[in-house]
Design a protein around this ligand. Structure first.
Ligand code: ATP
Ligand code: MG
Length: 392
């Protein structure tokens, strides 16, 4: 049983003077995630992070949890030898091969990394000598430098770390190192994926969902809560704002030209999302929009929606085909929930022939018709929102 994992990170290793900050974010995130599973030790050393597992830890749960942590490019279960003198290293590689492999008949190649460059053997010497030790100890092993069955890595630091299996991490940057953004989260396929992708770049996520009771049901709301919970495994905790949009939607429906409904509605969603972002500590908005997917996502429509925001609006899926978005949603586990057939507030008052090339000044002109009551309605919607704290 492995007692330790070696964590590799690529991108944050390139951050020069800021590297310390990013490494700190990664360590904090690993501690938070693994802290729920047990008492793990997490420490860093020269471009590596190590996770020490508690006695009774569950291997599969640990591997799964590490696989949700952005910033990790790969992670290897490692065999640790406390000493670094050559006898200990040589014994360590033999113990490792004997104890961790069922068969001792395979081809291999040894790789080496030295944290301590003053170590008395060079890397090529360590590789050659460790190879020789193994060939002597296990007669059925063979060296194959081109296409080995087993790539055995020996890292000599203040201890010796031996491993042969590096699992791929999700990549990206540790959540929390790049500020916080407000995700417009609907019950669809796209917006949970957008939240996942922005978190992958290190951005923490809060979310807002607009519902329209009694036109949208409690089940539709629950679906969004469930989606937030699924993505929180990757994003960390989410403050989910549930905003009652019924009054605003009805007012737009009764007052504005029907073919402009969706665009005007979307503009009010963005306005409210920005108000909520400013009340929390979000400094950007995030949506699941993708060019051309529906009438409200043509470039002209996006231009009209965008015009109400002062904050940057990030649309991580802007150039993605639906098929590719679906693949990600399957991978992260949101797809099955997203396709549950509950109504969304956008689909309820939808026009038969929505504008696909809205013109901003015409939309603004229509919105003037709302002047009498809309500010008060927006204020009420914001003030009466429900906030659910989604813990990861
Ligand atoms: P999704 O699959 O995310 O629902 P969609 O293809 O259905 O997206 P639209 O309904 O046009 O697209 O919505 C575009 C974006 O607007 C969504 O990705 C989401 O960010 C936001 N949005 C739409 N409806 C809501 C809602 N009810 N609450 C919060 N955000 C919403
Ligand atoms: Mg939708």
């Amino acid at each position: 049983m492995y007692k330790c994992f070696l964590i590799k990170y690529s991108e944050i290793g390139l951050k020069g003077k800021n590297r310390n900050y990013f490494e700190g974010c990664l360590v904090t995130r690993i501690k938070n995630v693994l802290g729920k599973l047990g008492d793990y030790g997490v420490y860093r050393e020269q471009g590596r992070v190590f996770v020490e597992c508690p006695e009774d830890y569950d291997y599969d749960d640990t591997v799964e949890a590490l696989g949700t942590i952005f910033g990790i490019s790969g992670y290897a279960p490692v065999f640790v030898v406390e000493q670094t003198d050559w006898d200990s290293v040589a014994k360590g590689v033999c113990d490792y091969v004997r104890d961790y492999f069922d068969s001792h008949s395979f081809t291999f190649k040894v790789f080496c990394k030295r944290g301590d460059k003053s170590y008395f053997k060079t890397s090529p010497e360590i590789c050659a000598d460790a190879g020789e030790v193994l060939l002597n100890a296990f007669p059925d092993l063979k060296v194959d430098v081109h296409n080995p069955d087993v790539k055995l890595t020996v890292e000599i630091r203040n201890k010796t770390y031996i491993y042969s299996d590096c699992l791929p991490g999700p990549g990206g940057m540790p959540v929390g190192c790049n500020g916080r953004a407000m995700l417009l989260l609907s019950g669809g396929i796209d917006s949970p994926v957008a939240g996942y992708m922005i978190a992958k770049r290190g951005v923490s996520v809060d979310a807002v969902y607009f519902h329209a009771p009694p036109y949208t049901s409690e089940r539709a709301k629950q679906k969004v809560v469930d989606l937030a919970r699924i993505i929180s495994r990757y994003t960390g905790p989410i403050n989910l704002n549930i905003v009652n949009f019924t009054e605003i939607q009805m007012y737009i429906y009764e007052t504005c030209p029907h073919e402009q409904l969706t665009i005007i509605m979307r503009r009010y969603m963005m306005r409210i999302a920005e108000i909520l972002a400013n009340r929390g500590d979000s400094i950007a908005l995030v949506t699941g929009e993708s060019i051309g997917q529906v009438a409200s996502q043509t470039v002209q429509s996006l231009t009209c929606t965008n015009a109400v925001c002062d904050m940057p609006v990030f649309r991580p899926l802007i150039a993605f085909d639906k098929e590719d978005i679906v693949k990600i949603s399957e991978k992260i586990g949101t797809y099955e929930t997203s396709v549950l057939p509950y109504e969304d507030c956008c689909t309820i008052f939808v026009a038969k022939h929505p504008v696909t090339k809205p013109i901003l000044h015409i939309i603004e002109h229509s919105e003037k018709l709302l002047e009498e009551k809309i500010d008060e309605m927006v204020k009420t919607a914001v003030d009466t929102r429900e906030v659910i704290r989604i813990k990861d």
